[in-house]
Ligand binder design. Structure first.
Ligand code: ZN
Ligand code: ZN
Length: 122
C-alpha cells in the first residue's frame, strides 16, 4: 500500500496529488513511485525510484528525486529534522525517504514547498 502525497507552496503552487510507494500491483517489488523534479518541464512528476534510468513521463528527460539534498532545506527551528513525512522500501531495496523539510518549488524557485501524506491507497 502506498500513500497519496500532496505538495503545497505558499506561492500557490499545488501539483496534482502524487501516488507514492508501490501499491498492490504485480510488479510492486520493483516499483517505488516517488515525487521527482523535471528540470526541463519545471514540474513535479512521479517516477520509479528504483529505475536507475528514471525519466520524466512527459518529456522523457532526466529527473531528480525529492530525496536529493539539493532539493531540500532545513526548517528553521525544527530540531528533529529526522522525522519522516513519507518513506517507502525495505532494507533490501533502496529506501525512499521524504524528511520533514522544505523542498524546492519549481514555480517560485524557493525552498518553501512542503509535502504531506493525504490518504493511503492500494
Ligand atoms: Zn519533463
Ligand atoms: Zn513556490
Amino acid at each position: 500500500m502506498g500513500s497519496i502525497l500532496v505538495a503545497k507552496c505558499p506561492c500557490g503552487f499545488e501539483p496534482e496529488p502524487i501516488f507514492a510507494g508501490g501499491g498492490m500491483m504485480e510488479k510492486y517489488r520493483t516499483i517505488c513511485l516517488a515525487p521527482a523534479l523535471c528540470l526541463r518541464c519545471e514540474s513535479i512528476v512521479t517516477a520509479n525510484y528504483w529505475d536507475e534510468d528514471a525519466r520524466c513521463p512527459h518529456c522523457r528527460g532526466r529527473v531528480k528525486f525529492y530525496d536529493d539534498p539539493n532539493l531540500q532545506a532545513s526548517k528553521e527551528g525544527v530540531t528533529n529534522s529526522l522525522s519522516e513525512v513519507f518513506a517507502w522500501g525495505s532494507d533490501n531495496a533502496k529506501r525512499f525517504v521524504l524528511s520533514d523539510k522544505f523542498f524546492y518549488c519549481p514555480r517560485c524557485g524557493e525552498f518553501k514547498m512542503e509535502f504531506r501524506v493525504d490518504l493511503p491507497w492500494d
